[in-house]
Design a protein around this ligand. Structure first.
Ligand SMILES: [Zn+2]
Length: 125
């Protein structure tokens, strides 16, 4: 069993940048994202780290034309929800024209940054 007490959201972003993204899972196979001390679905306290699949599929997306101030330079952009199997992630879709986004499109995880803050992003594999 892996110690997951150091699994902060920052370490999750570090792992994406290192090309080795992970998620947390409980003995009942409920996937979740760090930081978590208990499983959000069944409150199981034994969580372990598992490797996240390399690619996911867009399940829904939205065009953002009026962004929060720190995303102003990227506007307009697409925020997508992507299914990575055990977990679902929300992130900014990068490098894809908003007219070319499709449900079911394959994406991989990356890390974006704006005003010095990192966030989850998706790009084409
Ligand atoms: Zn659980």
């Amino acid at each position: 069993m892996t110690d997951t007490s150091d699994s902060t959201f920052a370490s999750f972003l570090d792992a994406i940048e290192a090309g080795n993204p992970f998620y947390l899972t409980c003995p009942n196979d409920h996937g979740s994202l760090p930081p978590k001390r208990i499983c959000p679905e069944c409150t199981e306290q034994t969580l372990s780290k598992e490797s996240l699949p390399e690619t996911g599929e867009i399940v829904t997306y939205t065009n953002v034309a009026v962004p929060a101030p720190r995303f102003r330079d990227d506007s307009p952009y697409v925020t997508a929800i992507a299914d990575f199997g055990p977990i679902t992630l929300t992130g900014q879709l990068q490098g894809v024209d908003s007219d070319d986004v499709q449900i079911g499109q394959t994406v991989q995880l990356t890390v974006g940054s704006a005003d010095g803050e990192r966030f989850v992003a998706f790009e084409r594999p």
